[in-house]
Write a protein that binds this ligand. Structure first.
Ligand code: CP
Ligand code: NVA
Length: 332
């Protein structure tokens, strides 16, 4: 498998074999790290991290992974560059491409990261756009394989806002890997029809399936994985909270939803999560609407079935694998 020089913008661009290769490579690099085996094979390389939205996991994963691989990092924060305001994306890409061996971008429209990739001349990695969050996918699939031992044939249920970056990306990834994907939510939050049709076509090859349902019992029955994400994403207007709470509260991941799933089911969340009142936003929502927990209850978040912190750790190992492969460390 040779992914040297490839961008990593969305999983639609990758074959099932390439996705599995990245998951295997992430597992291998995780093992090396755990055993203290050095893997600083990209010494002398430099990468730029552009964040137009905030981050904890993605930024830290890129920084730690780059350090472990022997690379240097420049971090450009949401206000610390000229990007978009004084300099266009194609111009920025051509400047950074002269200095760096790879560029991570987190921001708004998918077309921005696609344009950056078109002009950079070096691999560009999508650290989250409104439409897709592909680096999260390799971590999630690594976590599923560690916990359940396989992809094909499992029932994966996504509850909540399924028409944004996480719902879209998970539907695509499940289709690619032969997983039965269910979006269990209010129909206003089903993924876009065109992307659903694309994924259904992919499923014909892989044996996966796509189901959209508003019925929690039907959606969650026999599930192997129940997954959710925040109801209002970064960059969305704050005045949508009331409508989201009304529409999505029936699709909160709580003990009832978990009861319908298999006893062996795992709970996943890309994080950050609103499951208690220990955040500023959580408190504001409580003051305004009187609810203490949003997309997931504290009981489920803290339960034995929750694998969210293993999943968060796997962000680092999988981002390392993505950089390792696209910068050609495995081709030397
Ligand atoms: N899951 C995820 O991307 O987290 P951050 O927003 O903290 O990077
Ligand atoms: N849907 C969330 C994912 C955060 C990792 C957001 O875009 O804010």
């Amino acid at each position: 498998m040779n992914l040297k020089g490839r961008h990593f913008l969305k999983l639609l661009d990758y074959t099932p074999e390439e996705i599995c290769y990245l998951v295997d490579l992430a597992a291998e690099l995780k093992e090396k790290k755990k055993n203290g085996v050095a893997h600083d094979v990209l010494k002398g390389k430099n990468i730029a991290l552009i964040f137009e939205k905030t981050s904890t996991r993605t930024r830290c994963s890129f920084e730690v992974a780059a350090h472990d691989l022997g690379m240097h990092v420049t971090y450009l924060d949401p206000s610390g560059s000229q990007i978009g305001k004084k300099e266009s994306i194609p111009d920025t890409a051509r400047v950074l491409g002269r200095m760096y061996d790879g560029i991570e971008y987190r921001g708004y429209g998918q077309e921005i990261v696609e344009s950056l990739a078109e002009y950079a001349g070096v691999p560009v990695w999508n650290g989250l756009t409104n439409e897709f969050h592909p680096t999260q996918m390799i971590a999630d699939m690594l976590t599923i394989r560690e916990k359940l031992g396989k992809f094909e044939g499992i029932k994966f249920v996504y509850m909540g806002d399924a028409r944004y970056n996480m719902g879209n990306s998970l539907m695509v990834t499940c289709a690619k890997l032969g997983i039965n994907f269910v979006a269990c939510t209010n129909q206003k939050y089903f993924p876009e029809a065109e992307l659903v049709a694309t994924c259904q076509e992919i499923c014909k090859e892989t044996g996966g399936s796509i189901t959209l349902t508003e019925d929690v019992q039907e959606g969650c029955s026999g599930a192997d994985v129940i997954y959710t994400d925040v109801w209002v994403s970064m960059g969305e207007a704050t005045d949508v909270w009331e409508e989201r709470i009304c529409d999505l509260m029936p699709y909160q991941v709580n003990e009832k939803a978990m009861f319908f799933a298999k006893d062996s089911a795992i709970f996943m969340h890309c994080l950050p999560a609103f499951h208690d009142l220990n955040t500023t936003v959580g408190k504001e929502i409580y003051d305004k609407f009187g609810i203490r927990e949003m997309e997931v209850t504290d009981a489920v978040f803290e339960s034995e079935q929750s694998v969210v912190f293993d999943e968060a750790e796997n962000r680092m190992h999988s981002i390392k694998a993505i950089m390792y492969a696209t910068l050609g460390a495995d081709q030397q």
